[in-house]
Each structure stands twice: as structure tokens, then as C-alpha cells.
Ligand binder design. Structure first.
Ligand SMILES: Nc1ncnc2c1ncn2[C@@H]1O[C@H](COP(=O)(O)OP(=O)(O)OP(=O)(O)O)[C@@H](O)[C@H]1O
Ligand SMILES: [Mg+2]
Length: 285
């Protein structure tokens, strides 16, 4: 098991774990009753690789297996989980942060039998993480986490301060990557930064948009090789990449997104849907 990650107050500045009693007390919340391993940040180096699509459909697969699941739209400034799920939320995380509404009001049921906490889109105030937003987001995650078997944080892409902070709130990380060279390079950069700034030693991978069976394993091995060569020599405990699954390029995905439906609900027999059900069974947490 990898050591508990260290959430970064700013990238490169390790802080206390968000479930430490001291920090929870300072934030005015009860310490998390469960370990953080069931909070999984779904992130990527390059944008548009399928994080939101995967978050929603993995959540549906886990819910179908009887798990209580919450997906939090952690792409605070450019949220679009609501679009994928065809929801028109009146209450968002922003309303909870400003105290206009309670957390209870903001947790909404989504198609697929899981819960969501949605964020607003186009809010420039979330393009950077102020100390206040950090604290509010952290205590919100600590408050909801004990109520669910899985909490998925659908983050933005890249290694910005905002993305790294939201990832730091999770016990486990799932990096979504496609076999494209640009996506691979950016995934490597993300993994390296997470190893150095958050002490991550285990990173889960979902390889999306593969063109042939087995390509996901190849992508994982290729990334592991680069990590072994350039990241691991400087570390006491090496970073290990764990493939949870590969999802083929499937026209049904675009169609489902276009229709604003969950693939698992509208086209459950498609190759991509079946691949996501398999991947969900290997989700950490
Ligand atoms: N397996 C797949 N097969 C075909 N198309 C796919 C597949 N996965 C994702 N896509 C396409 O990629 C688009 C982008 O996916 P999504 O919005 O989930 O990416 P994202 O990583 O969340 O993007 P962002 O970085 O902007 O948050 C989808 O709308 C869909 O059209
Ligand atoms: Mg997204």
C-alpha cells in the first residue's frame, strides 16, 4: 500500500493530510471517520481525454454494484458534469461556499443511481485557489466522504495549482490517458509532479480511446518505464502504475455525450460500456 499522500497547500509545499484531526478541527469539521482511500481523484495531464465521461460512467457501474457513490465536479471554473448528465442544477458548490445553501441541498441525485455535487461554469473566482476556497473545499470533502463508499473527484486537466490542490484531497489518483503521444507526455508530467509534491507512490491508470486490445497494457508499461528511468531513481519507494482498464474508441461514446445520456444506461452493451464496468471492478477504494 502506498503511503498516505500529502496534500499540497501550494504545489511543492506539503501540508498536513486533510483528514488529520488537527486540520479538521481547525476547519471546524469532524475528522473523517474513514480512511481517504475511497476518495479518488480522476485527473489527466492533457485535457479532453475522457475524465468526465469516465467519472460519470464508473460511478454508474459502482452504483449498479450496490455502492453508494458521489461524484464531485472538482473542475470548479469549467464544470461540465451537469452537461454530461443532463442536469440543470439550481444549487451548486458555489452556493455552499457562499453559505446561500446547505451541503444537503446541493447533493443531487443523478441518473445512474449515484449522487453529484455540481459546480458552476465560467466562474473566474475559481480559476485560482484562494486560501478560503481551499479550506471550504477541503472541509466539504471531509464532511461528505464518510457518507459514501466511493467519492470521485472529477478534476480539471494539467498541473495547475487548482488541479493539484483538488487531487491532493483524494487518497487515490486515477489518471486518464489516451495512447496519443501528447497525452502520454502530459500524463508522465502529471505523475512526476504528483510523486514529488504529494508523495504519491501508487497511481492508477485508465487508458481511454484504445484502438486495439492490449494497447492499454502497452501504454501502462511505456509510462512505467519512463517513470522507472527518470522519477524512481531519486525516490526511496518507487512509483508504481496500476492499470484498472482500457476503454476502446467507440462511436457510442460521442453519441451518448451528444444525447447527454450515460453510456451505461443508454447503450450498456457497447464495447466502451462493458470496458468501464470491468474497470469499475478494479477501482481503488
Ligand atoms: N472511448 C471513447 N470513444 C470515443 N470518444 C470518446 C471516448 N472517450 C471520450 N470520448 C470523446 O471525448 C470527449 C471528451 O470527453 P470528456 O469531456 O469526458 O473529457 P475530459 O477529460 O473530462 O475533458 P476536460 O479536460 O475538458 O475536462 C467526449 O465528449 C467524447 O466525445
Ligand atoms: Mg471534464
Amino acid at each position: 500500500m502506498s503511503p498516505a499522500p500529502t496534500p499540497a497547500a501550494t504545489p511543492g509545499t506539503p501540508a498536513q493530510p486533510p483528514n488529520s484531526a488537527a486540520q479538521a478541527a481547525a476547519a471546524g469539521t469532524a475528522p473523517a471517520a474513514r480512511p481517504l482511500q475511497h476518495i479518488v481523484a480522476i485527473t489527466s495531464g492533457k485535457g479532453g481525454v475522457g475524465k468526465t465521461f469516465a467519472s460519470a460512467n464508473l460511478a454508474a457501474a459502482l452504483a449498479r454494484a450496490g455502492q453508494r457513490v458521489l461524484v464531485l465536479d472538482a473542475d470548479l471554473g469549467l464544470a461540465n458534469l451537469d452537461v454530461v448528465l443532463n442536469l440543470y442544477p439550481k444549487i451548486t458548490l458555489h452556493d455552499v461556499f457562499t453559505g446561500r445553501h446547505t451541503l444537503e441541498d446541493a447533493i443531487l441525485p443523478a441518473p445512474g443511481n449515484f449522487s453529484v455535487l455540481l459546480a458552476g461554469s465560467g466562474m473566474v473566482e475559481y480559476s485560482r485557489m484562494t486560501g478560503e476556497v481551499r479550506e471550504k473545499l477541503q472541509s466539504l470533502v471531509a464532511e461528505v466522504a464518510p457518507r459514501f463508499d466511493h467519492v470521485l473527484l472529477d478534476t480539471g486537466a494539467g498541473i495547475s495549482d487548482v488541479v493539484l490542490y483538488t487531487v491532493s484531497l483524494a487518497g487515490e489518483v486515477l489518471v486518464v490517458v489516451t495512447p496519443e503521444p501528447t497525452s502520454l507526455t502530459d500524463a508522465y508530467a502529471t505523475i512526476k509532479v504528483l510523486a514529488h509534491t504529494q508523495g504519491r507512490r501508487r497511481v492508477h491508470l485508465l487508458v481511454n480511446q484504445v484502438r486495439r486490445p492490449g494497447e492499454g497494457r502497452g501504454v501502462r508499461n511505456q509510462l512505467q518505464q519512463v517513470v522507472d528511468r527518470y522519477v524512481n531513481p531519486a525516490l526511496d519507494v518507487p512509483v508504481r502504475l496500476e492499470l484498472i482498464g482500457e476503454v476502446p474508441v467507440d462511436p457510442a461514446v460521442r453519441e451518448a455525450v451528444q444525447r447527454r445520456q450515460l453510456l451505461l444506461e443508454s447503450m450498456p452493451g457497447t464495447a466502451a460500456a462493458l470496458a468501464l464496468v470491468n474497470a469499475a471492478a478494479k477501482m481503488p477504494g
